[in-house]
Ligand binder design. Structure first.
Ligand code: ADP
Ligand code: MG
Length: 697
């Protein structure tokens, strides 16, 4: 019954062309199918009656029944309000109307029982409900108590009489017809194994459940389905890749052993050892590796990367590492070169600013195989960059590259694609990683090298600046260096730059004898580099900067990070910035400075930073605060256009759904069993729309 769900929304009774156009524009509702999948974001409980004596100001919407004892008009003529005193035998509640008071005055009758619904608020010492919904307590109205769905709408829609109630009414018109025609979209087996209700019931109850239990079952079923199909798609991609792409087999460990025995500068952490094992296993498997390596700042990814490169080079192939910015590329290069030199391996750096003559030599040596490792930026993707035999491609900070770019790196070895290791220092909560990178295997370095002193983080208000300044002075006298960071948000770039310059001047005034550096995005690259280098060489003691230093500079001697206007930064960014210190042996500090006035979320962000250094914990909080849509890198993924599931909250369901998808594919990889035809059909249908994977079609 494809046709029915594709019917244009304007044809639904009560919609018509004008409202139809509004629903298209404002809510992306084009068809009947879209409407029944426009799920309410909460329900108002119309099954429970509260007693007035139990009410308090922190309650959401409540329902009471009682009689109006008396009422009165109050206030100056133009500001007249109607107050009615509702009594239910346990207490009295004020009902207030500012608008339409005259009209209500005619409507209400004392001594008759009403059902009243609204949000109680405290005014003075009394509770009142402004503009409540009120209806006569007839037997019928008492019996029809239910969970009323609440839909989000827009101001424009409300003005055009398409408020949540109107949408609820439309749903009520459409649902009986729609439910008749719905097909099941999950296999019987899965419904049974995971205790899911069927689709018809789920759609009906997601809008109009009889009770909370029904609602929860409907939510669970629909979330499960949505996540199941997301995982299905990712797992199928992965299967296809494993089938299709053979991998180079690296099984000589000579170079590796040499490095371990002679040059390993420290004991690896258990986490480092574990991920190296995982990677090495992939590289010997005969299938192309596609692995994500997650590790917080300072967790020691560089040496892991180098060891992986050794495995590749040991089998007569070359390695490449691509970073999103020049600064980061240089830093990787410097880090790796130290090891490479010891091992007598040749390594080079290729970026946009590499000189032409040098570039030519690099290209040549890559082709001849004389260069073992190349580190660079996008410049590596150019057609002229050809390898004798590329065995391992490492990509840092994947979220800044697209999947398409990642695969352009593969193409550098057309015979057999190189193994691919994607590294990221942005901790991604497991649930999100499984969705975003579900087609990759995941390794996590979840442990910092021993002996690291955790960074001490504190929150200070602007008014404490003098104390902060004397702390800075103290630290510099101890020989340390300090970062002071200002926010830079593109929309208000000018204002921010002014903030930065003002800040710089007041710092210069506060520390007249201390040499300062300043770096911001509006400077020429040479000037920026010059300033950075002065700081790296400790010629300057304080680095005043915008967030350009977020990725990049590694100055172990810098042990204080001061973040101005900390309330304006996101959690991920705060954490990245803090990661710039704590890299040396000294105790490091992070001071978050803010104004007194903080939004609730800003306060939670700052408190979270003060409370923990754990990137994954921070990422989890971030996910809960913002939802996945805003997290870095999620925009391009396209898998996060979810109708009902919430990756911040539905991690458990996601895991179950992923297991279900895995089990099903293991048993029936091509989805050929009669029971699984529904899955095959659903995937095919979703491919066509390519909008959302659980959409009804
Ligand atoms: P990441 O790139 O993950 O942020 P790095 O690879 O730059 O971290 O490592 C941070 C610092 O920790 C470096 O100075 C590095 O030499 C050091 N380091 C890495 N692994 C260990 C270890 N197992 N023991 C001691 N120090 C380590
Ligand atoms: Mg690093």
């Amino acid at each position: 019954m494809q046709g029915f769900f594709d019917t244009k929304i304007e044809f639904l009774k009560g919609v018509g062309p004008q409202k139809g156009a509004l629903l298209n524009k404002e809510l992306n509702i084009f068809t009947y199918g879209d409407l029944i999948q426009y799920y309410p974001f909460r329900h108002e409980d119309r099954t429970q009656f509260h007693e007035i004596k139990d009410l308090h100001g922190n309650m959401p919407f409540i329902q009471v029944r009682g009689k109006i004892r008396h009422y009165e008009m109050k206030g100056a003529p133009r500001k007249r309000r109607l107050i009615a005193y509702l009594n239910d035998g346990t207490g009295e509640l004020e009902l207030v109307w500012f608008k339409g008071a005259e009209w209500m005055l005619k409507k209400i009758q004392p001594g008759v029982e009403y059902i009243v619904f609204g949000k109680p608020t405290v005014f003075g010492s009394k509770l009142n409900v402004a503009h409540p919904e009120i209806e006569l307590a007839t037997q019928q109205s008492l019996d029809s108590g239910h969970l009323q769905p609440v839909y989000s709408t827009t101001d424009l829609l409300k003005r055009k009489y398409l408020d949540t109630k109107a949408i609820a009414k439309l749903q009520k018109v459409l649902l009986p017809e729609a439910v008749k025609r719905l097909r099941e979209t999950l296999p019987k087996d899965i419904l049974e194994t995971y205790g899911l209700i069927n689709k018809k019931e789920a759609i009906e109850n997601i809008h109009y459940p009889d009770n909370i239990n029904e609602l929860q079952k409907a939510q669970y079923r629909l979330k499960f389905e949505e996540l199941f199909y997301v995982q299905m798609r990712l797992l199928k991609l992965k299967l296809a890749r494993i089938d299709k792409f053979k991998g180079l087999i690296f099984n000589t460990a000579d170079l590796l052993n040499k490095f371990y025995n002679e040059f390993l500068p420290f004991d690896l952490t258990d986490a480092q050892k574990r991920v190296i094992k995982e990677i090495y296993r992939d590289m010997r498997s005969g299938h192309q590796m596609n692995r994500l390596l997650q590790g917080d700042v300072g967790s020691g990814k560089t040496i892991v990367a180098f060891i992986c490169l050794l495995i590749a080079i040991g089998s007569e192939t070359q390695g490449a590492l691509m970073a999103p910015t020049e600064i980061l590329a240089i830093q990787h290069y410097t880090g790796l070169k130290e090891f490479a030199d010891k091992m007598g391996l040749r390594i080079a750096l290729l970026t946009g600013s590499t000189k032409k003559s040098e570039r030519k030599i690099i290209h040549e040596y890559l082709r001849s195989g004389e260069l073992h490792i190349i580190v660079g930026t996008h410049a590596l993707l150019e057609e002229v960059v050809q390898f004798k035999k590329l065995g391992l491609a490492i990509v840092d900070e994947q979220h800044r590259f697209g999947v398409a770019q990642r695969s352009r790196l593969w193409q550098k070895n057309k015979d057999v694609y190189p193994h691919v290791l994607v590294m990221t220092a942005t901790p991604i909560p497991r649930t999100l990683a499984m969705t975003l990178y579900g087609d990759l295997d995941i390794s996590v370095i979840d442990e910092l090298p021993a002996g690291r002193k955790p960074i001490k983080t504190v929150h200070r208000y602007d008014s404490n600046r003098l104390k902060v300044n004397s702390f800075i002075k103290e630290q510099i006298e101890l020989g340390r260096q300090v970062y002071i960071v200002y926010p830079l948000i593109e929309e208000s770039e000018k204002l921010d730059l002014k903030d930065l310059m003002d800040g710089y001047e007041s710092i210069a005034r506060a520390f007249p004898d201390i040499p300062l550096s300043i770096v911001h995005g509006k400077m020429k690259p040479e000037a920026k580099e010059f300033e950075m280098n002065r700081f790296i060489k400790a010629e300057t003691k304080i680095m005043v900067a915008t967030t350009v230093i977020e990725v990049g500079v590694n100055v172990p001697n810098a042990s204080v990070m001061i973040i101005e206007n900390a309330e304006r930064f996101g959690l991920a960014q705060l954490h990245q910035l803090r990661g710039r210190v704590g890299r040396g042996a000294d105790q490091s500090y992070c001071i978050l400075i803010s104004g007194f006035k903080l939004s609730k979320e800003a306060r939670i962000r700052i408190e979270t930073m003060v409370k923990t250094n754990n990137g994954f914990e921070i990422a989890d909080t971030d996910l809960q605060l913002r939802g996945p849509g805003d997290l870095m890198g999620t925009q391009q993924s396209g898998v996060l256009d979810l109708l009902i599931a919430d990756l911040g909250k539905d991690g458990k369901i996601l895991q179950t759904a992923r297991q279900a998808a895995q089990a099903l594919l293991k048993e029936d990889p091509n989805l050929e069993k009669p029971d699984n035809i529904v899955v095959k059909n659903q995937i095919a249908a979703m491919k066509k729309t390519a909008i959302n994977w659980s959409r009804i079609s």
